[in-house]
Write a protein that binds this ligand. Sequence first.
Ligand code: HEM
Length: 401
Amino acid sequence: MTTAALQSGRPCPHLGTRDDRKTATVAAQYDVIQPGARRIGSFGLARQILRGRDFRQAMLNGDRFPVSDPSQLPVFFLDGDLHRAKRAALAKFFSPKAIASLFRPVIDRQTESLIGELRRTGRMQLDQASWLLAVAVAAEVVGLSESPNAAMADHIENILKYGDYPGKPRLRQMIDSQLSNFNTLIFYLKDVRPAIKARQKQRREDLISQLLDDGFSQIMILVDCMVYATAGMTTTREFITMVAWQLFDHPDLREAFTAGSEAEQFAILEEVLRLDPVGGYVYRRADEALPEELEGEIALGETCAINIREANWDEAAAGACPYALDPGRAKRMKQVGSYMAFGDGVHRCPGAQVALHETRVFIDALFKVPGLKLERPPRVEWNRTLMSYELRDAFVTCEAP
Ligand code: HEM
């Protein structure tokens, strides 16, 4: 693959035999869906479902939670008018203006500190650095501002680590579930409650302030914080590490990234995410009516497990050589660069631009470090609770002063 071909958007004749996917094997090994759900791998059908007005969010059967006041559920689990209203209220946190004024300073500050440390010490654990960055940025959206970032990152990591117990022996499951609950309490006491208290005194431009205005209980604010921890922090951590790994492995892609305009850099990032999407599945169900065009295609009441990976690799949308990294692909195929990696339709990820911006800034600064090398590539693991890959223990080195 030549840099010229990467930048021109022309299909490269040498891509045919390439398979650049890094997580396809582990994803296939642990591929489990909700019982009774139907797997959808066609990009076209997935899009019709995700954009269909009659489909409801069915992840973890979120549409069937027994809650007295559904308006206090996180946006992720809402549908219809409640969902529309919540998304409209959230829009101001994810606008281009918010990214430039609220998040960019945090992204720049964190990147400078992490890359500065690498330059000083000559070594950095890539997945740990990307975790600290992802936590700091999503914490800014949420308003988790009253505790040190590294400590909060540890609290959240412990909740998620012990929360990943499906498939383990029963006793281990019981112990881990208690440990996960205990760590949730620590997160609440050390990070969430102080942030709530600060905003009870004075509201700010963040989610917790908005939830207080909407009369949310402290426990439901904690639930919202956990949604952002999983939806916004863990996802972006894996994305950043994956991008760095792919750029180390593909010198011509790295060259195209470092020499590229912002738009070209975003195209590369999105193509990396298309190939190895962090989230495995999204779920939808039509309980009351099916769009006419889907009648006969799926059954009423059937839970659809949309396989993001399969949809992103569907040749009908991705074009030829779907397993090869080809940043010109989306433009050529007239598709959104990340395909289904950020979802589609009304639940499409509101944080997509935040994730892309922080990744671009961090990766750009990382590959400017003189003598940068990948000392140890990440170990690929699988989180059965989140149904997503985890890249761990990757180390980079550089010329120390
Ligand atoms: C690479 C990073 C990310 C990936 C791959 C990702 C992926 C996704 C996907 C696939 C969905 C759709 C779920 C569905 O349709 O059921 C989603 C929704 C969501 N994401 Fe992200 N996300 C990322 C980063 C972020 C960030 C940085 C934030 C916030 C700071 C965020 C907040 C959310 C929220 C609140 C939702 C629920 C939206 C709704 O239901 O209307 N995400 N994300």
